[in-house]
Design a protein around this ligand. Structure first.
Ligand code: RB5
Length: 144
């Protein structure tokens, strides 16, 4: 991965985000944190939009978004044409999301999965490769 990986959370995802950053740094992955930085209550769309804009501007290629369920983050991020965000709570979906759907944003629910599963999901997502071919034809049809 040549470009930086973005990561963001709201207050509900902060603790898991911090653990994921720690884990990624162990593997020398450069991560850019788009916030939040405190446990004060905040609004997940602010962070999802900031990350989506960075993808659009070519500053980052992939991102991880963490909120309570991953759902709000994915809905907000997917409002941007350049984003293909998926919520995953197990590694198989994370791998298929990369291989078949060329997903570029992984959303995780901190109230849904534990740290061990979250690390598995993130590693699987980052190591999987888009397969192209017939999947590229389908991905090209996603934006109406
Ligand atoms: C915050 O309470 C919660 O609504 C948020 O983290 C997220 O789960 C929304 O989808």
């Amino acid at each position: 991965m040549t470009k930086q990986l973005g990561i963001a959370s709201d207050h509900a995802g902060l603790e898991l985000k911090r653990s994921l950053i720690e884990e990624l740094m162990k593997h020398s992955v450069v991560v850019r944190d788009f916030g939040t930085t405190t446990t004060d209550s905040c609004d997940y769309p602010d962070f999802a939009h900031a990350v989506a804009r960075a993808i659009k501007d070519g500053e980052i290629e992939y991102a991880i978004l963490v909120c309570g369920t991953g759902v709000g983050m994915s809905i907000a991020a997917n409002r941007h044409n350049v984003v293909r965000a998926v919520v995953c709570s197990e590694p198989l979906s994370a791998r298929m999301a990369r291989e078949h759907n060329d997903a570029n944003v992984l959303c995780i629910g901190a109230r849904v999965v534990g740290i061990g599963t979250a690390i598995d999901i993130v590693n699987t997502f980052l190591n999987a490769k888009f397969q192209g071919g017939r999947h590229a034809t389908r991905v090209a049809k996603i934006n109406p």
